[in-house]
Design a protein around this ligand. Structure first.
Ligand code: NAD
Ligand code: UD2
Length: 328
């Protein structure tokens, strides 16, 4: 029975799972997936996420609130016994973190330490807490691809908080036996990513512009730089696969993992591919490179591969699937 329960995530037995930031892009996709067979509790302050992202037909309890609020979080951690905690809530925009370092620190760092302490105190049945870190921790050190043990050079409040929180998360496993793991996402894309900030993921902005253009509205995409910068774009379904593997594999305890595809694509290649898929040509406006932008980014994914991760989508098949769900 114990063995079956250990592997129960996404299988038959009902687990209670906390997803912070569960109304956001990655969190809501995870909640909708796991909500088919588990009881999900979402905490989100709706600063970026939307309740409509959550499929409420599933077993989802939505709590609107701030994940760095100690009273609220203590109440939740006392009330439920979670099998899994996915800590995804964050000020996810680097630019926001540069504008508001104090507030970002509270949300991106304090909330993680708070959750860890509360887990240590109240969650004796916890199987895993997974923290979402970022490729931003590698900063602008140019050696590619990035391995988990590559040089860390966090350059923004966002990146500093992600790295510090990640280290606490892993240390709680070593010091106090709280079962934890961390993932460093590269550039995630897919349905329900909010395109409304200029610092939203570039693919969500692109898709928004293509939709406008196809609807006959005036649409233009601002390309910062010459389009030769490259990223390791990873499709949301592969990210869900990665999160579930990291949450359930014993070998992942106390470890951090890159989550990408191991392949990079330049922005111009990306735009040409979408042009081809949709049979249109997006109007581009070139502007100077964005300050602080990294030129190239690429994950070495051998560590997460060793857990059994295998990305199912390359940029073409991922974009085809994404566009199919958005544009018909
Ligand atoms: P998102 O903005 O869509 O989701 C974050 C969610 O957290 C939002 O729903 C937001 O409303 C919520 N939130 C923010 N502050 C909160 C607070 N104080 N209390 C409660 N909820 C709060 O972003 P996402 O792309 O889904 O990112 C999820 C996680 O993954 C974040 O931690 C982000 O830093 C990390 N990440 C994402 C990417 C990416 O490419 N999308 C890359 C690296 C890391
Ligand atoms: C990603 C993360 C960021 C941080 C960073 C660390 C996202 C959304 N951002 O930033 O949080 O982790 O990695 O390195 O995941 N671009 C345009 N036009 C636009 C928008 C973007 O040309 O309208 C360019 C942008 O200048 C950059 C590239 O597209 O060169 C990718 O931009 P992004 O914001 O999607 O992602 P990135 O890698 O800069």
């Amino acid at each position: 029975y114990y063995l079956i329960r250990k592997c129960a995530i996404g299988v038959n037995l009902m687990d209670t799972i906390l997803i912070t930031g569960g109304a956001g892009f990655i969190g809501s996709t995870l909640a909708n997936y796991l909500g088919k067979e588990n009881k999900i509790v979402v905490v989100d302050d709706l600063s970026m996420g939307k309740k409509e992202n959550l499929d409420m037909e599933k077993q989802v309890t939505f709590i609107e609130g701030d994940v760095s609020d100690p009273q609220l979080m203590e109440r939740i951690m006392k009330e439920y016994q979670f099998a899994y905690i996915f800590h995804l809530a964050a000020v996810a925009s680097v630019a926001d973190s540069v504008e508001r370092p104090l507030e970002t620190h509270r949300v991106n760092f304090d909330s993680a330490l708070l959750l860890l302490e509360l887990a240590r105190k109240y969650q004796s049945d916890l199987k895993r807490l997974v923290f979402s870190s970022s490729a931003a921790v590698y900063g602008d050190e140019p050696t590619l691809p990035k391995k988990e043990e590559s040089v860390i050079r966090p350059l923004t409040p966002y990146a500093i908080d992600k790295f510090a929180a990640e280290q606490y998360v892993l240390d709680y496993c070593h010091l106090y036996d709280v079962p934890t793991s961390a993932v460093r996402f590269f550039n995630v894309y897919g349905p329900n990513q909010n395109p409304n900030s200029p610092y939203s993921g570039v693919i969500s902005i692109l898709v928004d512009r293509y939709k406008k253009q196809l609807a006959g509205e005036k649409a233009e995409f601002t390309l910062f730089g010459d389009g030769s910068q490259s990223r390791d774009f990873v499709y949301i379904e592969d990210v869900i696969q990665a999160l579930l593997l990291v949450a359930k594999e014993e070998k992942a305890l106390g470890q951090q993992f890159n989550v990408g595809t191991g392949k990079s694509t330049t922005l111009l290649e990306l735009i040409h591919s979408i042009d081809q898929i949709l049979g249109t040509e997006l109007a581009l406006k070139y502007e100077a490179e964005r300050s602080g932008d990294i030129r190239d980014s690429l994950a070495d994914i051998s560590k997460i591969r060793s857990l059994g991760y295998k990305p199912k989508f390359d940029i073409l098949s991922g974009m085809e699937r994404y566009l199919k769900s958005e544009i018909n």
